[in-house]
Design a protein around this ligand. Structure first.
Ligand SMILES: *Cc1c(COP(=O)(O)O)cnc(C)c1O
Length: 355
């Protein structure tokens, strides 16, 4: 068994892998592989329908919102959001909390003005700026709920009267949210929802249609909503595997249940980081992410040996992003708590050796 703490694409439940591989051979009694059936068959339309229905159910999406499945990853949403919501001459407010947030605001500048309302870049993005002021005339406010690279997470949606747009790629479906606090949520699937290749957007319908710009059809939320995620050939397999993963989440008791597990997993790991004299966390304690646990060693010379020590125990994917260094353990929904304990044991045994 390998303990995969990779940041994305990442581990999904083993039973999802098994069911997905079965469907490659034969899908749902059709005698065909999921990879060869037409996306216009009733069998596949049912897959899209169930995927959207499960997202709505698991996140308790209220009336007035559309859930669509797109391609291009979260990175294409960085452009699609301003293209659809930021009129020429208007200003959008962005919170700069990391690499993804700053990539998002860079794209927005192509379409209008960007007001960076706060940034934590001064301390290498190790905290979430508080008490931010969002000008009332902003076209929208954009933030990243979980900063995958730096290991910070924003648990409370800043108060504002302008539309709220959120990149939720790395913590969607990991904790209970109130969708009505948002006007647009987007997420690449490959951290908590499914495999790479599909991107979900949850759009409040009445924020659309307010900019004059001509929008290419594929990049127009309205066109994608009207096309019910089938404007063109969708990423059939990625959607199918996402559906399996959403079914798994529902069978576990849904988002509220997995949130409890995610709290236990992250608390156990942070507790060891704070207790073990060899390790220390990199982020401000109250802003610590439950998904990406970033830490370094008091003695950086021990980092390589610890990485090797962990690898010898089949622990992989814990090397930190190059912009932070040290370690990052990504503990998304699909990672069982037993894997967290294997990592904690490795940290304790390593400390024992290096007393
Ligand atoms: C991974 C990630 C992205 C990039 O997603 P792609 O699907 O590769 O474009 C963007 N934002 C956040 C918060 C991420 O974790």
């Amino acid at each position: 068994m390998i303990y995969n703490f990779g940041a994305g694409p990442c581990i999904l439940p083993q039973e999802v892998f098994k069911q997905a591989s079965q469907a490659v051979l034969e899908f749902n009694g059709t005698g065909l592989s999921i990879l060869e059936i037409s996306h216009r068959t009733p069998e596949f339309e049912a897959v899209v329908e169930e995927t959207v229905r499960l997202i709505k159910e698991l996140l308790n999406v209220p009336e007035g919102y559309s859930v669509i499945l797109l391609q291009g990853g979260a990175s294409l949403q960085f452009s699609m959001v301003p293209m659809n919501l930021l009129g020429e001459g208007q200003t959008a407010a962005y919170l700069d909390t990391g690499v993804w947030a700053s990539k998002a605001l860079k794209e927005a500048k192509i379409f209008g003005n960007v007001n960076v309302v706060a940034s934590s870049k001064d301390q290498n993005y190790t905290y979430i700026p508080k008490d931010i002021v969002i000008p009332k005339d902003s076209a929208y406010f954009h933030f990243t709920s979980n900063n995958t690279i730096y290991g910070t997470e924003l648990f409370e949606v800043p108060k504002t009267n302008v539309p709220v747009v959120c990149d939720m790629s790395s913590d969607i479906l990991s904790r209970v949210i109130n969708v009505s606090e948002f006007d647009l949520i987007y997420a690449g699937a490959q951290k908590n929802m499914g495999p790479a290749g599909v991107t979900v957007a949850i759009v409040k319908n009445d924020i659309l249609g307010k900019v004059d710009r001509k929008i290419p059809s594929m990049l127009d939320y309205k066109v994608q909503i009207d096309g019910e995620s089938m404007y063109n050939t969708p990423p059939v397999f990625a959607i199918y595997v996402s559906m399996l993963n959403l079914r798994w989440l529902k069978s576990k008791g849904g988002v509220a249940e997995i949130e409890k597990e995610n709290i236990s997993k992250s608390e156990a790991l942070y507790k060891e980081i704070d207790r073990n004299p060899l390790f220390k966390g990199t982020c401000r304690v109250e802003d610590r992410s439950r998904m990406n646990i970033c830490f370094v060693m008091e003695n950086p010379e021990l980092e390589k040996p610890f990485l090797k020590f962990a690898e010898d125990r089949d622990i992989i994917g814990i090397k930190g992003h190059r912009s932070v260094g040290g370690f990052r353990a990504s503990i998304y929904n699909g990672l069982p708590i037993t894997s967290v304990h294997v990592l904690i044991d490795a940290m304790q045994d390593f400390a024992e050796k290096h007393r």
